[in-house]
Design a protein around this ligand. Structure first.
Ligand code: ADP
Ligand code: MG
Length: 217
């Protein structure tokens, strides 16, 4: 959330590897440091291209995210991105599969010096910034807490199916909240600081964390 400090921030693919090991679904992806995009051939299109480097915290603001690419478009898109990111150190690129559209959620941990880690869950994307529709709960949470958090959101109707849209896989959302904030969850292992999955895309068939940030405190 804060953009200033980039000190010991892990790269997105490193945070994703960590959360994937804990059981959080993330898109399949590869890291390309030079310009050998042939390694992306095994991924299913459409593809997402993201540049990474020490100053690239809010990637889309900087122009460091491109969606909807074919494999044969990656090299040109990366060259164009590098040129646009003049002034940033670009260490490499993350190429990953584009998750199908769904309801975007934010799931994070907020370190409270008085109380310890607090789980944050809410509607992501434009909702996080414009509507601030989030719920907070001290870790560890129970499954009941997870469901109450989701039901407390003003936009919870979006999760339950809205205007003819099918409901998202709520059990998968609850499982994700437990993996982050439940007993034995990521909150016990992460150094307090900033941790955020934003967005997590929820669909009727599951959840995918398509962005992950962790800044040890
Ligand atoms: P940042 O938050 O640093 O600007 P993100 O990695 O969140 O960058 O990407 C920006 C937006 O692009 C996301 O909010 C999401 O809507 C979309 N996006 C990013 N990666 C994927 C992906 N693998 N599949 C689908 N959508 C994605
Ligand atoms: Mg993001």
């Amino acid at each position: 959330m804060s953009g200033g400090e980039v000190r010991a921030a892990l790269r997105e693919h490193e945070v994703k590897a960590m959360v994937a090991a804990a059981g959080v679904p993330v898109p399949r992806g590869v890291v390309v440091r030079e310009s050998d995009f042939a390694v992306a051939r095994g991924l299913a299109e459409p593809l997402v291209l993201k540049a990474f480097g020490p100053g690239l915290v809010h990637k889309s603001d900087a122009g460091a995210v491109r969606l909807g690419l074919r494999a044969d478009e990656l090299a040109a898109a990366a060259a164009e991105m590098r040129a646009r990111l003049d002034g940033f150190l670009v260490e490499g690129f993350l190429v990953e599969e584009q998750a199908p559209a769904g309801v975007e959620l934010i799931v994070g941990l907020v370190g409270d010096p008085g109380f310890g880690p607090v789980l944050l869950a809410g509607l992501g994307g434009i909702w996080t910034e414009a509507m601030r529709d989030t719920a907070l709960r001290l870790c560890p949470i129970s499954e009941r807490d997870a469901r109450l958090m989701l039901d407390s959101l003003r936009g919870s109707a979006l999760l339950h199916g809205h205007r003819g849209r099918p409901p998202v896989d709520l059990d998968a959302v609850v499982k994700l909240l437990m993996t982050v904030g439940g007993p034995g969850g990521l909150w016990e292992r992460l150094e307090l600081g900033e941790f955020e999955l934003n967005p997590v895309i929820a669909t009727p068939s599951g959840v995918t964390a398509v962005d992950a940030r962790h800044l040890p405190g």
